[in-house]
Design a protein around this ligand. Structure first.
Ligand code: PAF
Length: 270
């Protein structure tokens, strides 16, 4: 595994590489990332992983400061997986140029996380545009746990770049809780809570498919979870998977949730 710390390192290492799979991450790697990397290793001749905690996608300074980081552990994981390249750029390697035109989400895309985390997806789209311009991958891998991120990246990355965006299934633990770097911020009790909440949400999704009064059922479950677990919801909404419009039928829809256990914000979709 070659470790690339600057854009010079990157250009030197990649100048004759084709069929390159790219897994962008912010580090603090878990089984979700590992599944993306394994898919790239299987499908592409070479695989590059980036670790870059992108400051522009944090709408809250403390969230950026407290974001879990574990570079030494990550290095061991990546060495074991036998990836070809690890790119760990500095902020100036990514943001050495100002964008010619700023990234603006369309009004209809300002929903779910885009509504509550102002500027977040603009930051994500910007960094993915910059990273893919530097790396020129053939395929880029993203997890469905961040479904809205995946949806917006597919929508806002120009088609002319000829990059294949590959979506990968959410990976869950034995209790169905989705792997997420933010799980590391949870205490033992909070982790147990998150697992219980996840079970309830799977149950809710099942019930929705048999119900005629979907919105009422969601509303009831939301209040029940707030009272039971003392959590705070940013949203819990059923939306169509193709256009993310609100939906009142389960077919082709997913239940999108974002909630806080104390200070830790978790998202998922079912
Ligand atoms: O999903 C993430 O970890 C980040 O949003 C990404 C895609 C690496 C961009 O910084």
């Amino acid at each position: 595994m070659k470790i690339l710390l600057t854009n010079n390192d990157l250009n030197e290492a990649l100048y004759d590489v084709s069929n390159l799979g790219f897994v962008p991450t912010m580090g603090s790697l878990h089984k979700g990332h590992i599944s993306l990397i394994k898919k790239s290793l299987k499908e592409c001749k070479r695989t590059i992983v980036s670790i870059f905690v992108n400051p522009t996608q944090f709408n809250n300074k403390n969230d950026f400061i407290n974001y879990p980081r574990s570079n030494n552990k990550d290095l061991l994981i990546l060495k074991k997986l036998k990836i070809d390249f690890l790119y760990m750029p500095r902020v100036k390697d990514i943001y050495y140029l100002k964008r010619k035109s700023s990234i603006k989400l369309r009004e209809k895309d300002k929903i779910l996380c885009a509504k509550v985390r102002k500027g977040h997806f603009e930051g994500v789209i910007d960094v993915i545009k910059r990273l893919t311009k530097l790396i020129k991958p053939y395929k880029v891998y993203f997890g469905e746990k961040d479904f809205q991120q995946l949806y917006l990246i597919k929508k806002y990355i120009p088609k002319k770049r000829d990059i294949k965006i590959i979506s990968c299934k959410t990976i869950r633990d034995n209790n169905k809780l989705a792997f997420s770097s933010r799980n590391k911020l949870l205490s033992k009790n909070e982790l147990i809570k998150a697992r219980k909440i996840t079970k309830q949400l799977f149950l809710l999704k099942k019930r929705l498919s048999k119900s005629k009064n979907i919105n009422q059922l969601i509303f009831k479950k939301k209040n029940e979870l707030i009272n039971l677990f003392n959590i705070r919801f940013d949203y819990i909404e059923l939306r169509n998977i193709f256009n993310l419009r609100t939906s009142n039928k389960v077919k082709n829809s997913k239940l999108f949730i974002a909630y806080y256990i104390n200070k830790v914000r978790l998202i998922d979709n079912f």
